[in-house]
Design a protein around this ligand. Structure first.
Ligand SMILES: Cc1cc2nc3c(=O)[nH]c(=O)nc-3n(C[C@H](O)[C@H](O)[C@H](O)COP(=O)(O)OP(=O)(O)OC[C@H]3O[C@@H](n4cnc5c(N)ncnc54)[C@H](O)[C@@H]3O)c2cc1C
Length: 477
């Protein structure tokens, strides 16, 4: 039984490296809790009879209270096994997950939630250090092969599961390195790419084949895939950016967030950049339009590149500091979140609408014309209304659009196969991840829209189980 008397009163987060120091490099900014601090935090778990963290919030259904129990008892290797029984790659979510589990932690009703993400980080990193994490190839290989198109968290998780079930798995990736947004989108200061490479290496040792630099549908055809593989899983992601179609949008110096972030990750990885990709914020006056996580990643990147000034504008109002009444526990708290990048510099403004861009004689952006808005209910919809007299201008020579994503956009293979799309343009799938064409499945952002690493992994894992069932029941009835 847990000794509740010895529980520390407060949650302890590890915090970040000093801002001046971390702005001089691209290494991970988050500090680590010590093993003893993690044990103390695990001790704050209330061992709930109905654990909402596990049953309601975590897409992977991690058995969090049981893992905490093992940590308190110093049974770290068993805790790792329990974590790996539901989670293919804890080292990724331990760094980048918003921790949906913590939003539903019962302790969070009256106190701060347990630091579940930090517990996960300690277990998996200790697992690697102690070499408890080692290649685990399947004991028996099957004859069938499966192709996974795309190596983001959805593709990796599906490949891992299919490989462990004994299938021969080839992952095709159009970029030079595997990892999808883990490698090319999320900045190094949140997720070091050595962590991604470490996992890919392990998967290779377990028998997964990675074919990088191969754009499926263009470099190899569907007919080739059909001849070689019993099933194909499409996990190409959701990268079509939302645009801002206002006057002046065609001026130079207005770019989307992903090429900006991707270029920096490629620079660090030593991968070649085309001249048009080589955009850097050094000495520039940068405005980021979009107040979400992608915008925050652009902010941290622009500051590290040596931007003169960085502002981040969001059209929505500033979220409250505590849960509003219509957002009760155990729902994910829609509150104002301050990222490590926000603590490093720049300014944030909410309820700001950009109305037009103004350029110089060379056709480059030099100014934004903006206004403050209030959100009003019109025809049962909240709409932004410009506040009279609130108009203002801001100088900028680099504008980064980080306003979210619309879906996968045109996709050579999906379009060639005539796959159906949903209203948002995502690949339409059935409950078993099937696309309607026998043997063709889809998962991750490509089928659900831009979401989270943890959801992509859960989708990939579920798709893998369904592919195995398809091969067993349809191909070998
Ligand atoms: C800037 C940014 C930061 C983010 N930060 C976080 C975060 O901190 N935490 C979090 O939980 N989520 C974050 N997300 C969301 C998260 O990264 C995604 O939800 C997740 O990566 C989706 O995984 P996926 O495997 O479906 O797709 P992706 O990661 O997009 O991977 C798709 C892969 O498919 C490849 N591909 C596409 N078409 C082909 C083809 N024809 N042939 C071969 N390969 C192909 C692509 O090159 C890509 O590598 C972030 C997203 C962005 C854009």
């Amino acid at each position: 039984m847990r000794n509740n008397d010895n529980q520390p009163a407060h949650r302890k987060d590890p915090g970040y490296r000093n801002a001046d120091e971390r702005l001089g490099d691209y290494h991970e900014v988050e500090r680590l809790l010590t093993v003893s601090e993690v044990r103390d935090q695990a001790g704050r778990c209330m061992s709930c009879g109905t654990p909402f963290c596990h049953g309601y919030a975590c897409p992977l259904a991690n058995v969090i209270p049981e893992i905490n129990e093992l940590i308190i008892e110093n049974r770290f290797e068993e805790a790792l096994e329990m974590l790996l029984s539901t989670h293919p790659f804890p080292e990724f979510t331990a760094r980048v997950c918003p921790a949906l589990c913590e939003g539903s932690c019962v302790r969070g009703i009256s106190d701060q939630p347990v630091t579940i993400r930090q517990v996960e980080k300690m277990i998996i990193e200790k697992g690697f250090e102690e070499r408890w994490v080692r290649p685990r190839p399947p004991q028996r290989r099957r004859g069938e092969s499966v192709a996974v198109i795309g190596s983001g968290p959805a593709g990796l998780s599906a490949a891992d599961r299919l490989n462990k079930l004994g299938f021969n798995v080839t992952v095709y990736e159009k970029e030079l390195s595997p990892g999808g947004l883990l490698f090319y989108g999320i900045p190094n200061f949140k997720l070091d790419k050595d962590i991604v490479k470490r996992r890919i290496e392990l998967m290779r040792e377990e028998g997964v084949i990675f074919e990088c630099g191969v754009n499926v549908g263009s470099d190899i055809s569907f007919h080739y895939l059909k001849r070689r593989f019993s099933a194909v899983l499409l996990t190409g992601g959701s990268r079509q950016p939302c645009d801002l179609n206002i006057p002046g949008r065609d001026l130079g110096g207005i770019i989307f967030a992903m090429p900006f972030l991707c270029a920096q990750n490629k620079r660090i990885a030593g991968e070649p950049l085309k001249p048009e990709e080589d955009i850097i914020a050094k000495d520039k006056n940068v405005v980021i339009i979009g107040g979400g996580d992608t915008g925050s990643d652009c902010l941290g990147t622009a500051l590290r590149q040596g931007a003169e000034k960085v502002s981040q504008f969001e059209i929505l109002p500033r979220p409250p500091e505590v849960r509003p009444g219509d957002n009760p526990w155990p729902l994910w708290p829609r509150i104002d979140r301050v990222s490590s990048s926000h603590l490093e510099g720049g300014t944030r403004r909410w309820s700001v609408m950009t109305k037009r861009f103004e350029g110089d004689e060379q056709g480059k952006v030099k100014k934004l014309h903006c206004a403050e808005v209030e959100w009003v209910l019109k025809n049962e919809k909240h709409v932004p209304l410009e506040i009279e007299g609130s108009a203002f201008t801001v100088e900028a020579d680099l504008v980064i659009l980080a306003m979210g994503f619309l879906g996968p956009g045109p996709d050579i293979l999906a379009d060639y196969l005539g796959l159906k799309r949903d209203q948002q343009g995502n690949i339409l799938i059935a409950d078993n991840h099937g696309t309607g064409i026998p043997g063709i499945f889809s998962a991750g952002d490509m089928a659900r829209g831009q979401s989270l690493v943890v959801r992509a992994m859960a989708d990939g894992k579920a798709a893998a189980e369904n592919i195995a069932a398809f091969i067993d029941s349809v191909l070998h009835p």
